[in-house]
Design a protein. Structure first.
Length: 391
């Protein structure tokens, strides 16, 4: 049974990108386990055979096209190279960690920890954000308005030392490691043809960023509902509370609206505007709304009082998979999150976003909202062989 499913997926990956979605969904419905190793080589061959083929985003009608840097257009070969780099533990100082260590496919590319854990055992002060639909993020990280591209951001976990994440010491070290791995020569040459030396840090950045942009999540029950399927009555009641102004007590969609369920997104053709950050009353350590260091939000970089506790609103897509919640994992469950917001923020202060005001939340309403949030889970994302470990 497993071999049959993998052969079907292998054929789909080679011949027809659209068939990947259909085969993956069929395997999910049949509860057939997918062995990514059996399809990895076929995907590599397909990418190398057409390195300049237009990349197929496989977007539903309600998703806009992601914005992509002019100097790094999407190609199948770059995405495939990036997938190898994303899962390669040799790109850590200990040889034990990769990007996937903090961004697991089964958890919608998070890790289930309150705060990230680096290769040397050092904890990051904040939790790992989901990479699903990261192509749409206006800025990267929880509260850094300066990080606006994935190419730029990935240098932080790869080379940063405070805290250590992957812990590589320099760009020459990274290039030396990659050049010593035979499989990479063909992958880099296919992704960046015509270069005397294709294995460079710039090309590594572009390939990894391309793979991360490819992690589109748009196959949840909610997405199928938008295409004509049904949702439970409870989920529909929860949807109305989350996505509309039907009930004035709820203002979820003001920060978690639109196709991405976040106001911190951009896309191709969208006018450039300032990124939105929010203070949600999670802490008040001084009676004036201060957050504990080093997690002071945008304030950590700007040192402006007005920026105290400002963080971006993460997507609600796949939120049932990405516990614990908030930037520091301090809320364990979705019930805890709803209780926090029903209180207007557990530490409501003068700095808290004025949208957050206390309100009475009934048990039935809580159940309805949670059922809707669960309908945003993209189970196909968790097993899609295009996003799985190729090693």
């Amino acid at each position: 049974m497993r071999a049959v499913a993998c052969l079907l997926l292998l054929s789909a990956c080679v011949e027809d990108d659209e068939a990947v979605m259909e085969a993956t969904m069929a395997a999910l419905d049949a509860a057939v386990p997918i062995d990514a190793a059996l399809v990895a080589d076929a995907i590599v061959e397909a990418a190398a055979a057409s390195p300049d083929a237009d990349f197929d985003w496989q977007l539903p009608a309600h998703f806009p096209r992601p914005r992509v840097p002019d100097d790094n257009p999407m190609t199948n070969a770059k995405v495939e190279l990036g997938r190898h780099l994303f899962y390669d533990t040799r790109l850590s100082i200990t040889g034990t960690h990769s990007c996937a260590s903090c961004h697991e496919q089964a958890r919608a590319f998070t890790d289930g920890r309150a705060t990230g854990l680096g290769a040397t055992g050092v904890h990051h002060p904040r939790g790992a954000s989901s990479l699903a639909n990261v192509a749409y993020n206006q800025t990267l990280a929880w509260a850094n308005p300066l990080l606006t591209t994935l190419e730029q951001q990935l240098l932080v976990p790869l080379l940063g030392d405070d805290p250590v994440e992957l812990g590589m010491r320099s760009i020459p070290q990274v290039e030396q490691v990659v050049r010593a791995i035979p499989r990479y020569r063909a992958l880099f040459d296919a992704a960046f043809p015509g270069h005397v030396e294709s294995i460079t840090m710039t090309h590594l950045q572009r390939a990894l960023a391309s793979f991360e942009r490819s992690l589109i999540s748009a196959r949840s029950p909610y997405d199928r509902y938008l295409q004509g399927a049904t949702l439970s009555e409870a989920a529909l009641r929860g949807m109305r509370l989350v996505t509309t102004d039907q009930d004035a007590r709820f203002a979820c969609h003001r920060c978690h609206g639109g196709f991405a369920f976040s106001d911190h997104v951009t896309w191709e053709g969208k006018p450039v505007q300032s990124a939105a950050f929010h203070q949600t009353g999670l802490y008040d350590v001084d009676g004036e709304g201060a957050y504990p260091a080093p997690n002071t939000g945008v304030h950590e970089l700007s040192f402006e009082d007005a920026d105290m506790g400002l963080f971006r609103a993460p997507t609600l897509r796949n939120v049932a998979l990405t516990a614990p919640y908030m930037h520091d994992g301090s809320l364990a469950t979705l019930e805890d999150v709803l209780d926090h917001y029903a209180r207007g923020g557990r530490a409501h202060s003068a700095r808290t976003d004025p949208l957050l005001q206390p309100f009475a939340l009934g048990d039935g309403e809580k159940r309805d909202v949670i059922e809707f949030l669960q309908s945003l889970t993209d189970e196909a994302l968790r097993i899609d062989p295009r996003f799985a470990n190729p090693w």
